[in-house]
Write a protein that binds this ligand. Structure first.
Ligand code: F6R
Length: 259
């Protein structure tokens, strides 16, 4: 058992490959429970997934989704929220009931109770079958910033300055306007998922991917906890894979472009 590496020649092929994994999970299991992520990287994945489902429909009536994270405060009810992102890029295109799609309730008054309820809801749904992950420049998965315990559960976190800078685009390119806090599922929650796929594309992710894949396993780099996951695949494009050693690339599966 070891972490699987899939290297695609370009961003679009990597995203289409991950969309296929999500599609297959839903097609094979009408009661699939998906863990979903937001961010720039996932936009193209959801585009491919929507086209697949329109071309070859699958019944999503029994499917449930849980997102990784949501900003805290009134922003969780606005167009800058992750709920709005999911609605725009995925949910409005699918035949899935809003009650089957879950995000941590960033606008809650009782954070502790709401986070505990989120964990309970995931367990009540039977646990997550396939967890989709991006990676931030701090090495976060979800919003598990450096020093997140590998046993952490859904909770309120303070976002690192690098993350607020990374996400400033949705806030008029002003990092100070990005919310300071978010709710995120924990590293421990992610490690309990049955299967995880982390997608990274572009040269900006090359250094953190090399650190997570070949460097020390440390809470300073939350994604390094995925070495403890029983079934984890990293899907990378060549740009994100460019800092990997030859030994590491030797272990990878290479896939062909889709044209
Ligand atoms: C978002 C999330 C984050 C992002 C990561 C990468 O729900 O969980 O971990 O996946 O910050 O974001 P992008 O794709 O914008 O580089």
């Amino acid at each position: 058992m070891f972490m699987k590496l899939v290297i695609a020649p370009d961003q679009d092929t990597a995203c289409a490959h991950v969309a296929d994994m999500l599609y297959t999970c839903c097609a094979q299991n009408p009661a699939a429970v998906l863990g979903l992520a937001t961010g720039r990287t996932m936009e193209r994945v959801y585009g491919h997934l929507v086209r697949r489902i329109h071309d070859r429909p699958v019944n999503l009536a029994g499917c449930t989704t849980f997102n990784l994270d949501e900003y805290c405060g009134p922003v969780a009810r606005t167009a800058q929220s992750y709920r709005a992102y999911m609605q725009h890029h995925l949910f409005r295109h699918l035949d899935i009931l809003p009650t089957q799609t879950h995000l941590p309730p960033g606008d809650t008054d009782d954070v502790t109770a709401a986070c505990a309820r989120y964990e309970t809801a995931i367990r009540a749904a039977g646990g997550i079958d396939l967890q989709l992950l991006g990676i931030g420049h701090t090495g976060h998965i979800g919003f598990n910033e450096p020093l997140s315990s590998f046993a952490s559960r859904t909770r309120r976190v303070r976002l690192a300055p690098a993350t607020r800078a990374q996400n400033a685009e949705m806030f008029g390119d002003c990092p100070d306007d990005v919310p300071q806090h978010a709710l995120t599922v924990g590293v421990g929650t992610i490690l309990e998922t049955r299967r995880a796929v982390l997608l990274a594309t572009g040269p900006g992710k090359a250094a953190i991917i090399a650190r997570v894949t070949e460097g020390a396993i440390s809470p300073m780099t939350s994604a390094s906890a995925l070495h403890f996951h029983p079934d984890c695949t990293f899907v990378l494009d060549e740009d994100a894979a460019m800092d990997l050693s030859d030994e590491c690339r030797w272990m990878a599966e290479f896939i062909l472009p889709r044209h």
